[in-house]
Design a protein around this ligand. Sequence first.
Ligand SMILES: [Zn+2]
Ligand SMILES: [Zn+2]
Length: 260
Amino acid sequence: MTASDIAVTVLGSGTCVPSLKRSSCSVLLKVGNANLLFDSGPGTMRRLLETGITIFDIPFIFYSHLHPDHTGELVNFLFATKYPDANSRTTPLTIIAGRGFSAFYKKLKNIYGNWIELSQGLVNIIELDNTGPDSIRFDDFAVESLPVEHTDESIAYRINIVGEKSVVYSGDTDFSENLITLAKDADLLICESALPDELKVKGHLTPSLAGEIATRANVRKLVLTHFYPECDQVDIEKQCRKTWSGPLVMAEDLMNIDFT
Ligand SMILES: [Zn+2]
Ligand SMILES: [Zn+2]
């Protein structure tokens, strides 16, 4: 694994608010031959196609929490793998999420039944602790998680790519000491910044709070995302600069993020 085998693409930089510019939350992290999808809000499958990737090229989905702007495409993702013959899924899909996901998935199956049930062994669910640190290792990368301040099941992820980079995905959160801990010295922090400083709501960050987290965690680069439309009316970058002086990127859909 070398740095050139690693790529980050923002698929959706928005919320559930309908927008032609910003699809709902999803980030793609390519590690060698594996595509790791973080959240799948409505519109994710289409954004994937726009990057040249189909749902069959995704072996891992990580869910930060269960809100529809992060999970809305899951039902369609599963249903679309059941079309006949050449268009059905044959390789396993691993879904990683905070504790509570399995119950959510069971409820979806109670509603949709066979329409979203894949053959035995094709879906593997791994629940991580939603009350404290957890971790799991795969061949080319290791996953660490910590709960964050949003909903009961909300967790943030740190992906440590063996011998290479570390990428942290906040999911949705209010100010979180755990996120600072998880992101310590990371190469990239992809952090929600839902609303401008003056419109702060409980359970979400603002640009200056995201900047404070990045500064205290000493990350190498900060990417702000999960923008409500109000963010496009103000100078988000300027607000973040009150607390963060390092490399800064305002996410846009289909933007590739480099590590420099
Ligand atoms: Zn949420
Ligand atoms: Zn959200």
